[in-house]
Design a binder for this molecule. Sequence first.
Ligand code: NAD
Length: 473
Amino acid sequence: MYIDGEWMTGRPEFPVTNPATGEIIGQVPDCTDQDIEAAIRAADRAFKEWKTTTAYQRSQLLYRAWELMMRQKRALAELMTREQGKPLKASLNEVQYGADFLLWFAEEAKRMYGQIIPSARENQRFLVQKTPVGVVGAITPWNYPISMITRKLAPALAAGCTVILKPAESTPLCAKAMMEIFAEAGFPPGVVNLITVQNPARVGEAFCTDPRIRKLTFTGSTPVGKELNGLAAANMKRVSMELGGHAPAIVFPDADPVHAAKGLALVKFLNTGQACISPNRIFVHQDQAEPFIRELSSRASRLVAGNGMHDGTGIGPLINELAIQKVDSQVKDAVARGAKVETGGHRLTDNGLADGHFYAPTVLSGVTPAMKIYREETFGPVAPVITYRTEDDVIAMANDTEYGLAAYLYSNNMATAMRAFEALDFGIIGINDINPTSAAAPFGGMKNSGLGREGAQEGIEEYLETKLGGFAI
Ligand code: NAD
């Protein structure tokens, strides 16, 4: 833990495990109530000065943090693979994506423009200024243990807010490594703080109820997000909520089914399916089902599962035993209701995988709305394929979900793609594109997928208040 510029020791600790091997790779402090109070006090005190710094000063520190991250890219990626399990190449990509937020918001810090608004009265002028919200409580998940931190902290710090970060209990070591970077970059004591905790509810409650904290930014599951949002609302806090997803992917009849299967295999099995924007329901026109499923299954069955540190590993473990059980129960439910396992469909325990949490990359065909997998976020390496007949049918099916984060579509017809883009109720839509994300682009969901956006100009607005001055002249 890092509070007010000091590393905290002498607390009870909890272990951090490598999900590929079961090996304990580190211990981190379990915060006390006094630590939570100390972090809030430090962030509150530091805010008073930090908010008066110039955007140029804040920008310089963010640049420095970016440089340090780039210099340590490989070490950070190796740590991420050991702590979270994703293959090293995917970790390197994530470190780069995470660093992009520092660079982008180092630049955006200087563009927090206000406005001068004409008044209806001759002797009046209106001035609008943007000011930082205040102390921010940030809660991040384990699936993208570095980029979810920078996606929040970079805009918050650029805006002039101070931050207390609480990372997921399965990936605190990546958060600690990031905190070392912020410390070395020269952020003043109290501006960035880290608290680690095994049972997060106490911290969540403090973030939502303490009057010194003005904003909660949360990335995680929809049930936890709703609970925290309720508590934050009762205390009139600003919130950003990046929650669960259940992304549809639509392959239109004018698309090449083999090309679409190649793209969807890449994005579906990325991070072992543990991504909020992972395609969870794949809709293929009935006339193209056969070549599409053949290609998708062939690609899934060729993925090599294993320790992400080993060359040739194409897919890593799930994060823990509970995650394996959730995936397996969705697959069993689907099969019991008539789905066909095209490949996979079981836990992997052979070839040295027994100590980790591995599940075979799976393709299910014949999936219907009666199955749990049709409604629930999977967060695992399962690609459920559903066939459809008409454009109207598939748009209705795709929108028939409580979630609204990401969607994907494949079409070679401009008009079809544009109609679908406009008809889909999702915040992020990949059109013949499996990676519609960037520090420069607004990321976020509709419906039960959350509130607010991260990245882009919208990302810094989340940390700004609008202040109006009415001047009589
Ligand atoms: P989770 O909700 O269990 O945990 C997320 C974070 O919240 C962790 O830091 C955890 O410690 C903390 N937390 C849990 N209960 C809490 C409580 N009562 N009070 C305060 N904090 C609490 O989710 P997870 O399993 O870690 O992450 C996976 C979920 O995150 C998925 O639903 C996924 O879709 C979502 N996610 C969304 C985005 C996005 O940008 N929309 C990005 C990544 C992950």
